[in-house]
Design a protein around this ligand. Structure first.
Ligand SMILES: [Zn+2]
Length: 329
């Protein structure tokens, strides 16, 4: 049988003393002691599992442990353990699929440190902290997306969010859910419903509950795209900008608000990526000659800042839009 097994050239350590065979197809030669130190499950396997005589095969004089996992997934995990350089350095951008596979396998084999490192990397992309890419309303969405991948060392596409939601649930890190579910809303609805295939062939789908969360949030979020702007132009509201006396007289916030409601908002559905973006950086132009051109420079900057702050406030309300209760409990 052994001759049908492919040896992974990247993880065939010449002085390794254990061979892991994944899905009966791919073999990795690694160090037994180190793997046992990293993973509680492998440690128990080495210590407590009596060797099955039928399984007493050796490859290159090494004992063999067979695992049912896909070679792709197991390969990513073992590389994180035995060639951790790229994995640990935040300077290196890793594909989302790599990080996701490491999280899944490390979780299954109780490799806590590896699991924490991989989960932290994904979390850094999905959980906003100070200076986080998602709370940068003065950048266009595209610039922000590039910034986020660089900041967090992870190459992420919107459709990866489906798998990210499932990983957040798997490893019980629910604070990843609000942004992950928001990013799911960028995915074509049919694809969001049917799921996305991973490299190992498994299709990642949202649960019915999470799919419903996205469907229910979508119209509410689309409304907020305009509401962030109209709130900032409501002179009786609590968030309106402080205008100089000239701008207060003319054009004045009231006129601006009505211009927005009458001329800009009708029939203009914002793409969801515009929700968290200040109006002057949105992908859909809001028309020439419209508000900010009529304020003086200082009032324009002040108004844009107010809109930007409204965008950040909306992001902070994702728990509510996606009906995620008690995330901190
Ligand atoms: Zn002014």
């Amino acid at each position: 049988m052994a001759e049908t097994i492919h040896r992974d050239p990247d993880l065939w350590l010449e002085d390794g003393n254990l061979v892991i065979v994944a899905s009966s197809t791919t073999a990795f030669r690694v160090y037994r002691g180190l793997l046992g130190r990293v993973s509680a499950v492998f440690k128990d396997t080495f210590e407590f599992t009596a060797p099955d005589p039928r399984e007493m095969v050796e490859i290159d004089d090494c004992p063999v442990v067979r695992v049912p996992d896909s070679p792709v997934e197991m390969g990513h995990f073992l590389r994180a353990v035995f060639r951790p350089g790229a994995f640990i350095s935040s300077q290196d951008t890793l594909p989302f699929a790599t990080v996701a596979a490491v999280i899944r396998v490390a979780h299954k084999y109780q490799a806590q440190e590896v699991l924490a490192a991989a989960s932290d990397r994904l979390e850094s992309f999905l959980i906003p902290g100070p200076g986080h890419w998602i709370d940068s309303p003065a950048l266009s969405w595209e610039d922000r997306w590039t910034l986020g991948q660089r900041q967090c060392g992870i190459a992420f596409e919107a459709q990866d969010a489906i798998e990210a939601v499932n990983l957040a649930r798997l490893v019980d890190r629910p604070r990843m859910l609000p942004v992950a579910l928001y990013l799911c809303c960028f995915v074509d609805p049919v694809r969001l419903r049917d799921g996305v295939a991973r490299a190992d062939g498994v299709v990642e789908k949202l649960s019915d509950e999470d799919f419903a969360r996205c469907m229910r949030a979508l119209p509410a979020l689309a409304v907020e795209c305009h509401a962030t702007v109209s709130r900032s132009l409501n002179e009786r509201g609590s968030v309106s900008p402080r205008l100089c006396s000239d701008c207060k007289k003319s054009p004045g916030l009231n006129v601006m608000l009505h211009e927005y409601l009458d001329n800009v908002m009708p029939g203009r559905i914002c793409p969801l990526s515009d929700l968290l973006v200040r109006v002057d950086r949105r992908s859909v132009p809001v028309g020439t000659g419209w508000p900010w051109t009529k304020f003086c420079t200082a009032c324009r900057a002040c108004w844009l800042q107010v809109v930007g702050e409204e965008c950040v406030k909306i992001r902070k309300r994702f728990d509510e839009f996606f009906a995620l209760k008690d995330l901190d409990a």
